[in-house]
Design a protein around this ligand. Structure first.
Ligand code: NAP
Length: 545
């Protein structure tokens, strides 16, 4: 085992450490954490499995991959200069542009020198004698650090297609989350696409435009909202920049950390004709604005939710010419019981002669044969299979490394029945471990959530330094309370219905995974307030020494 040649930087519990903070992951969470620790004058090192920065944006380079948050708020807000100098080219930037942005950020702030790529962390063990974390990589290197911060990502542990026979398939197959850098040539090919989540619906128009034939295998239809993507010219950016302060204020005041106003009305406040006019207006604007600026009770009132669902079913029926296909594409569960994606030309693709839809809800995919996909009803010979089957989301990435806390406790055992944290940030029994944008944080615009959580970590570390503490850990009572709150908040929304439709944010998409609230569903704004309140009350949910 080799030891990295860092100069020991500080002392915790009497043992020299290689760095103050060891950060796992170089996506939004890891980059933001590295920036914060640097700002505090701490030494830090990022270890990343991928070959460069990006996290989810490094791996998910499938055609059509782009953000669902508007670019101007899918960004770091810690630096005014960065906001002033970076202009996104579109309302929703594609994967290459997000990757370019993240590279720009690490170079701009000289963060790269503290990052190690192609370095997979296999274990992190808390050494009680010295109060430090000992982190081991796949290559056998070890690092010792006072603090460990994990920015492993929500959607980073792909769900391997579960179909028997895949290894014997004679064609080529690809998984969206591990897309080849050189791309895939679909020209002249018969292609099967399995999965119609946010990823699958972005792939459909792209593959359809190239392939000889595309067969989409759908188990559960999705509510695909109109993205209404467009280019952003200089004038658009002048407008955004003139309002940027207000935009970010709105982000931090909104339930999903998006810069929207509340509708200030519920559906029953207005006449049926006005309801339709409001929905039409919202639909023309598109994006999640359709959800948040039409009626305030879409997420909580079944009648309003169904009103909006029926409006959307009408749009699907209007768009898709074949009535049988249109009906198959119409979801029958509440909007937001699954995470609704934004689409461009998704429904329209089913009007193409070279695209067909196969419903596998009742007649499932049985296996992959040497020639293609077999369902309980028929064989579909294809040349290429694309799996957009999602992720063991939120907690799955925590199974890729063994995190061992006090008394030899393994995090994966502690989270066996579902994640347990205080504030989504720390876990009892795992001192000085900061979980960045892991479970129990809001189901919301990720860069904004990361920003506030990392800001809390930064303030906490600064306070500890001032108070001369070196160890922080949440109390078991605070962890119980926060974990119970996650379940309670979920039940207050229609997102709880996700349990019926394999919603990944409840763990329902992975066979055998416990169905629990893995996120905070009380509104991102309230989560940010809870972080501040913990500091203002001098950390009642934590012990420090
Ligand atoms: P996903 O939403 O979990 O979708 C996986 C798809 O695979 C579902 O349609 C699922 O069907 C299907 N599937 C899984 N196992 C199957 C089986 N045995 N037979 C047939 N179908 C099967 O995964 P995702 O599309 O990768 O998206 C995950 C999340 O990542 C998104 O919700 C979003 O948060 C994020 N994401 C964001 C963007 C963006 O911002 N633009 C893009 C992509 C992903 P069921 O629905 O029946 O389970």
């Amino acid at each position: 085992m080799s030891t990295p040649s860092n100069t020991p930087s500080s002392d915790a519990g009497g043992s020299a450490v290689d760095v103050d903070v060891l950060i796992v992951g170089a996506g939004f969470a890891g980059i933001r954490t590295l920036y914060e620790t640097r700002r505090l004058g701490l030494t830090a090192r990022v270890l990343e499995t991928g070959g460069d920065v990006g996290g989810t944006w490094y791996w998910n380079r499938y055609p059509g991959a782009r953000t669902d948050s508007e670019s101007w708020v899918y960004a770091f807000c810690f630096s005014q200069e960065l906001l002033d100098e970076w202009s996104w080219s579109e309302r929703y930037p594609g994967q290459p542009e997000v990757e370019r942005y993240l590279r720009h950020v690490v170079d701009r702030f000289d963060l790269r020198k503290d990052m190690r790529f192609d370095t997979h962390v296999v274990s992190a063990v808390f050494d009680e004698a010295t109060g430090t974390w000992v982190v081991t990589t796949g290559a056998g290197e070890t690092y010792r650090a006072t603090y460990l911060a994990t920015g492993l990502g929500h959607s980073s542990f792909p769900y391997r297609p579960p179909f028997p026979g895949l290894d014997g398939f004679r064609g080529e197959w690809h998984q969206s989350a591990r897309w080849p850098r050189e791309g895939v040539d679909f020209r002249g090919k018969r292609v099967a696409l399995i999965g119609t989540g946010a990823t699958g619906i972005q792939l459909v128009p792209e593959i359809a435009a190239q392939a000889e034939h595309l067969t989409v295998f759908q188990r559960t239809p999705n509510w695909v909202l109109p993205a209404r993507n467009h280019a952003l010219d200089e004038e658009a950016w002048r407008g955004i920049r003139a309002e940027y302060d207000t935009i970010w204020q709105k982000v931090f005041a909104q339930n999903f950390a998006l810069p929207y106003d509340s509708a200030h009305r519920v559906a029953k406040d207005v006449s049926p004709q006005e309801q339709q006019e409001i929905l039409e207006r919202g639909y023309r604007i598109g994006h999640f604005q359709f959800l948040f600026e039409t009626f305030d009770d879409v997420l909580v009132d079944e009648t309003t939710n169904e009103l909006v669902c029926e409006f959307l079913r009408g749009k699907i029926r209007e768009t898709v010419k074949d009535p049988v296909t249109a009906e198959l594409l119409c979801p029958r569960y509440p909007l937001l019981a699954k995470r609704p994606p934004l689409g461009t030309l998704y429904y329209e693709s089913f009007n193409r002669d070279n695209v067909s839809l196969v419903d596998v809800s009742r007649k499932p995919i049985v296996d992959v044969t040497p020639d293609g996909v077999r369902t309980a009803e028929a064989d579909y010979p294809v040349d290429v299979i694309v799996f957009a089957t999602g992720f063991d989301a939120v907690t799955g990435s925590y199974h890729t490394l063994d995190i061992v806390g006090r008394d030899g406790a393994h995090l994966r055992d502690k989270w066996q029945d579902g994640p347990r944290t205080n504030l989504g940030a720390m876990v009892d029994g795992f001192p000085n471990l900061f979980v960045v944008d892991g479970p129990h944080v809001p189901f919301a615009n990720i860069p904004a959530v990361v920003d506030r959580e990392v800001r809390w970590i930064g303030r906490t570390l600064a306070q500890m330094r001032e108070d001369r503490y070196t160890v922080i850990e949440p109390t078991a009572e605070a962890v119980d309370k926060w974990t119970d709150l996650m379940a309670e908040l979920l039940q207050g929304t229609l997102l709880a219905k996700g349990a019926d439709v394999h919603a990944w944010f409840l763990g329902g998409n992975i066979p055998g995974k416990p169905i629990v609230a893995m996120n905070y569903h009380g509104g991102a704004n309230n989560y940010f307030a809870a972080l501040d309140a913990e500091i203002d009350a001098d950390y009642p949910g934590f012990t420090r020494r």
